[in-house]
Design a protein around this ligand. Structure first.
Ligand code: MN
Ligand code: MN
Length: 469
C-alpha cells in the first residue's frame, strides 16, 4: 500500500506567501504532505522545471445567464468550466441572476438545474439581487446566505437590474445582519441613459460609441456613491471590474476613511483600450463590455493598481457571446445601435496566462503576488479558505502545473470555450498552465482533457474572511 494516491514531484511550489522546492502528496483528493522524498504513489506527475500553483479561482464569471431578448451567451456550464480548466482554474464562481419578478429561490433552483453534473471545475454562485421585494429582503436572501450563497452583486445601472440607492441600502442592511459580502457594479445609470439617447439622436451608433456613452466620470461617481452607501450601511464591499485611475482614487479615499473596500480589475482593463472598439463595420462589437476599456493612462493606472497591491482580485468577468451570430454580437436586423450589442467578452481561459506573462514574466509582480490576486484572495473573500486558494496540508488538491518556458500565440482556434473569437487573438504570451488537478482528479494533462463533465462539484461557501462576526 502506498502512502499517497498521487505525488506531484520535482516542481517549484508557490503559495500566496512562499515559494518552495518540494513534492506534493495527495490522498483522498486533499493535500496530505509537502516534503522531500515522499515515497511512492499510485500516480506520479513529474513537475521538473515547472511551477506548481494553487488552481486559479475565477470569482467573476457569467455562464448561461439570460442576457436580454434574442441574445444567448455562448458558454453553458460545461463549455465554460472546460475552458476554465484549460486556463489553469479549478474553481469558478458564476452569477445566479434573479430576474425581476422572479423569486430568489426559483433563480437558485434554475442555476442548479443548468449546472448539476455539467462542470469540470468546482463552482459556487454569487447571487444577483435585481428585485429586492419585502419577501426577498426578509426571508429569501437571509435564507440563501445561510445556505452558503454568502455573496451577492447589485447593479447601479442596466435596465431590469439597476437598484436605487435606497434599495442598495436595504440590501446592504441584509448583508450586515446575515453576514454576506456585497459586490457592486458601479456606473451612473442616468449619465449612461442620457448620453446613449443623445448619441443615437446624432446618428452616432457604431460600436465605438458604447465607450463614449459610459465615460470615466460615470464610473468614478458611482464608485464614490457605492463606497458611501457601504460606509452608511457599515458593511464591507467589493467594487468589481475597476477600469481607470479615477475610480481607483475613489477606492483609496474611501479606504482612508475606514471603509472596507475590496477592489477587482480584469484583463480587458490591462490589455485593451477604447480604440479596440473602432474596428471596421461591427468588428468593434467584439470588445464591447462594461465598463468599457479606456485610454492608455487608465490602462497604466490599472497596472499600477496591480503592482502596488491596490487590487485584491484579478478576475476575468467572462461574459461570452459569439461574434458572427445574430444571437450574439451581430445584433438582429433593425437594432442598429451600439445600445443593442450585448455587453461582455470572453476571457476565462486567457485570464491567467495573460497576467502570468505580462505581470510575472515581465517583472511587474512576484509569483506569490500572482497567486494571491488570482486565487488566495478570492478564496478568503468568498468563504472558501483554507479549503481552496492555497497549497497547504488539508486543502483540496486543486493544482495548476505551469510550464513557464512555453511561448504561445493566443488563437481562438486553440481555446475551449463556446465563443468564436478571443479579444486577445495574436497576443504572444510566455508561460501556460499545462496540467490542472481538481481535488486530485486530473482534469487537463499536457493540454488534453482527461476528466468527464461532472467532476466539478458545487461548493457551499462559508462566510467571507472580510465580513466581521
Ligand atoms: Mn458588472
Ligand atoms: Mn460581470
Amino acid at each position: 500500500m502506498t502512502a499517497f494516491d498521487l505525488i506531484v514531484r520535482g516542481g517549484t511550489v508557490a503559495t500566496g506567501s512562499d515559494v518552495m522546492n518540494c513534492d506534493v502528496g495527495v490522498k483522498h483528493g486533499r493535500i496530505a504532505a509537502l516534503g522531500l522524498d515522499l515515497g511512492s504513489a499510485g500516480t506520479i506527475i513529474d513537475a521538473t522545471g515547472r511551477l506548481v500553483l494553487p488552481g486559479g479561482i475565477d470569482s467573476h464569471v457569467h455562464l448561461a445567464q439570460p442576457s436580454g431578448p434574442d441574445v444567448v451567451q455562448s458558454d453553458d456550464f460545461e463549455s465554460g468550466t472546460r475552458s476554465a480548466a484549460f486556463g489553469g482554474n479549478t474553481t469558478v464562481i458564476p452569477f445566479c441572476l434573479q430576474e425581476r419578478g422572479q423569486s430568489l429561490r426559483q433563480a437558485i433552483q434554475d442555476y442548479h438545474a443548468k449546472s448539476d453534473g455539467q462542470c469540470y471545475t468546482d463552482y459556487g454562485f454569487h447571487l444577483i439581487v435585481s428585485d429586492p421585494t419585502p419577501t426577498v429582503l426578509g426571508q429569501e436572501l437571509p435564507a440563501a446566505i445561510g445556505d452558503g450563497y454568502t455573496s451577492f452583486k447589485v447593479f447601479m445601472t442596466y435596465e431590469g437590474l439597476a437598484l436605487t440607492d435606497e434599495e442598495i441600502l436595504k440590501v446592504m442592511a441584509v448583508a450586515r445582519s446575515s453576514g454576506a459580502l456585497v459586490m457592486v457594479h458601479a456606473e451612473n445609470y442616468d449619465i449612461i441613459r442620457h448620453l446613449t439617447a443623445k448619441l443615437e439622436s446624432e446618428g452616432r451608433i457604431a460600436p465605438r460609441f458604447h465607450a463614449t456613452s459610459r465615460p470615466i466620470p460615470a464610473e468614478r461617481e458611482a464608485t464614490h456613491r457605492a463606497c458611501t452607501l457601504a460606509e452608511v450601511a457599515d458593511v464591507p464591499l467589493v467594487i468589481v471590474h475597476v477600469s481607470n485611475g479615477e475610480a481607483i482614487e475613489e477606492i483609496q479615499r474611501a479606504r482612508a476613511r475606514g471603509v472596507k473596500v475590496l477592489a477587482e480589475t480584469c484583463p480587458q482593463y490591462l490589455m485593451l483600450t477604447a480604440e479596440d472598439l473602432d474596428g471596421l463595420n461591427m468588428e468593434g462589437a467584439k470588445y464591447v463590455c462594461s465598463p468599457p476599456p479606456r485610454d492608455k493612462p487608465s490602462q497604466d493606472a490599472c497596472w499600477a493598481g496591480i503592482e502596488r497591491g491596490i487590487f485584491d482580485f484579478y478576475s476575468s468577468d467572462h461574459c461570452p457571446f459569439r461574434y458572427n451570430d445574430e444571437k450574439g454580437k451581430l445584433v438582429p436586423k433593425g437594432r442598429t445601435s451600439f445600445r443593442w450589442v450585448p455587453n461582455g467578452i470572453p476571457g476565462i481561459e486567457t485570464r491567467l496566462p495573460i497576467l502570468f506573462s505580462e505581470g510575472v514574466m515581465k517583472g511587474r509582480i512576484e509569483l506569490s503576488h500572482f497567486v494571491r490576486i488570482t486565487a488566495t484572495n478570492h478564496a478568503k473573500a468568498y468563504g472558501l479558505y483554507p479549503r481552496k486558494g492555497s497549497i497547504a496540508i488539508g486543502a483540496d488538491a486543486d493544482i495548476a502545473i505551469w510550464d513557464p518556458s512555453i511561448t504561445r500565440t493566443i488563437r481562438h482556434a486553440d481555446l475551449h470555450d463556446g465563443s468564436d473569437y478571443t479579444p486577445y487573438e495574436g497576443l504572444e504570451v510566455t508561460g501556460w498552465p499545462v496540467t490542472t488537478l481538481v481535488r486530485g482528479h486530473v482534469v487537463v494533462e499536457n493540454g488534453v482533457l482527461k476528466a468527464r463533465k461532472g467532476t466539478g462539484a458545487f461548493l457551499v461557501r462559508g462566510k467571507s474572511a472580510f465580513v466581521p462576526d
